[in-house]
Design a binder for this molecule. Structure first.
Ligand code: CA
Length: 521
């Protein structure tokens, strides 16, 4: 592992001698200041249009005009889309750019930050970034969530906006055809799925319907919540969660999971869950809806609502709409998935940066009203206009046929710099059916608190690295086997728990909780 002891001294010097600004005056510097940046994320491997260093984002052009800071691409791992590989390459060079940005940077900055590779931002923000400071004050707990084990934080995150992510969707036209009501609880849902299976709602005379399906096989686990178990504590699948006692536990080690998974396995055996749930893959939603075969899923509001318009001609009467989560066996209506308020993506300042104050002021610009509009919507007058105080996309953006987010990525907006996302960006291209669904979900208190993760110290990290990967693999292997009918979870449970224990479950829970208490209390 690399160490950065020398650079800490260097950093301290630069930080102390840097000029101080009371507020975020623009421009940030009188003469143009060039800062190099590594920006590696799924949509582009480089800071420039389509990842091309030579083509400057329209947003960057405006940011240069406003701030006088010019970001110059210096991305490592341009020829790989593997983020970890790119990060390893970057760290291995030892020649860090001024700014490191992109996706999944939280873990590396929290590992290498305390060793001196990245600049702690606590004081810099406190003294030079009034807009970021205000954001932290208005959103308590988030700053703690991104902090490293030394109590400092080392990156400014991409902060998603909006509450809801996924929802339960059902073929309302199938319900209507069979004379059924929307299922209000888990038992009614079972009966509806049986009817979808048996009563030929697609009318082709064949028993070919797939009652419950999902693009991501992990969504089969979402059914666990219908029997009061959990599948994850965050928007990452199979994550830990905080139980009612305030302790970090794993969902797949709880007795509630045993009983709930037994029911999921039963539904699978009954043919209520796609027989190919584990293998059908990402195209299953397109395929099963397009062929008029799929009855129900759990997927994103925005993208799932688009099928009604897309399939209107191909599947006459097609009506796939969100419905409230059915009440669980214990009487709880819960939507486990929600947008996480904070992402492990964003940007950080490296020890090589000789202008940390100007850089944090630049970061702060994207938390000001002007900068946030730029980061969210692109360049005013080009992609959007201010109408009655609201940023409104131009018709040519909304009606171009290309998803708005894909258009924004080419403008340099909505990319994984640290910035507060503005839900007005997405609401404008959310179709009416999804908007209605979101309003429906807003009519009840469905969401649960999320586990935002912990930052380990070295010893804890070692314990986690030693036990967790194989423990998780084992849990998922057993889970899949039980759902597919190989073994019986209730009969196997004691042996399963004993194996988890042997594989280090208690040790994992111990380090998780030690880190959790240190970080959040
Ligand atoms: Ca049929």
């Amino acid at each position: 592992m690399r160490t950065f002891k020398l650079s800490i001294a260097m950093l301290a010097t630069t930080a102390m001698t840097a000029p101080a600004f009371a507020e975020s005056h623009l421009p940030i510097v009188d003469e143009p200041l060039e800062l190099t940046i590594h920006m590696h994320w799924p949509r582009a491997q480089g800071y420039g249009v389509g990842g091309d260093t030579g083509v400057i984002y329209p947003v960057e052009e405006v940011a240069r005009e406003k701030t006088n800071i010019h970001l110059i691409d210096k991305t490592s791992g341009r020829n790989t889309t593997d983020n970890n590989e790119a990060m390893n390459l970057l760290i291995a060079t030892g020649d860090l750019p001024d700014i490191v940005g992109g996706n999944l940077i939280q873990q590396p900055v929290n590992q290498y930050g305390p060793e001196g590779a990245f600049v702690p931002l606590n004081e810099l923000v406190e003294e030079h970034a009034p807009n970021i400071k205000k954001f932290w004050e208005e959103h308590p707990g988030l700053k703690e969530a991104i902090s490293a084990y030394d109590g400092n934080y080392y990156y400014i995150p991409y902060l998603p906006d909006g509450k809801y992510g996924r929802a339960w969707y059902i073929r309302q036209d199938w319900l209507d055809k069979l004379g059924l009501e929307q299922p209000d609880n888990v038992d009614e849902l079972h009966d509806v799925l049986v009817a979808f299976r048996d009563q030929d709602p697609n009318g082709n005379g064949r028993k070919d319907e797939v009652p419950y399906f999902a693009r991501q096989w992990e969504e089969v686990n979402r059914l666990l919540t219908l029997w009061d178990a959990r599948s994850s504590g965050s928007d990452t699948y199979h994550d830990f969660y905080i139980n009612d006692e305030g302790t970090v536990v794993h969902p797949y080690a709880q007795p509630a999971y045993r009983d709930a998974l037994a029911n999921v396995a039963k539904w699978y055996e009954e043919g209520l869950i796609d027989a190919e749930i584990f293998t059908r893959g990402a195209s299953s939603r397109d395929f099963l809806l397009g062929e008029n075969l799929g009855g129900m899923t759990h997927d994103w509001f925005a993208s799932t609502s688009g099928y009604n318009a897309a399939l209107a001609e191909k599947v006459p009467g097609f009506n796939f709409i969100p419905f409230l989560p059915p009440k669980s066996a214990g009487g709880v209506r819960m939507e486990e998935h929600r947008r996480i308020p904070i992402k492990p993506d964003g940007w950080a300042i490296t020890y090589k940066n000789e202008h940390p104050v100007e850089t944090i002021e630049y970061f702060d610009f994207f938390f000001s009203e002007e900068g946030a509009l730029l980061a969210n919507f692109g360049v005013e007058g080009k992609t959007w206009d201010m109408v009655d105080g609201e940023p409104v996309y131009k018709p040519e953006v909304l009606e171009s046929g290309t998803p708005v987010n894909s258009q924004m990525y080419l403008e340099g907006a909505q990319i994984y710099r640290g910035y507060p996302q503005d839900y007005r960006y997405e609401w404008q291209w959310t179709d009416p059916a999804a908007r209605e669904g979101i309003e429906l979900y807003d009519s009840e208190d469905l969401l649960v608190d999320q586990f935002l993760g912990v930052a380990f110290n070295k010893d804890e990290q070692a314990v986690y690295d030693k036990y967790w990967p194989s423990l998780k693999t084992y849990m998922l292997e057993r889970q899949q086997a039980w759902i597919l009918g190989s073994g019986d979870i209730k009969a196997d449970w004691d042996a399963y728990v004993a194996t988890l224990e042997k594989m280090g479950y208690s040790k994992i829970i111990e380090v998780m909780n030690t880190a959790y208490v240190r970080q959040y209390s």
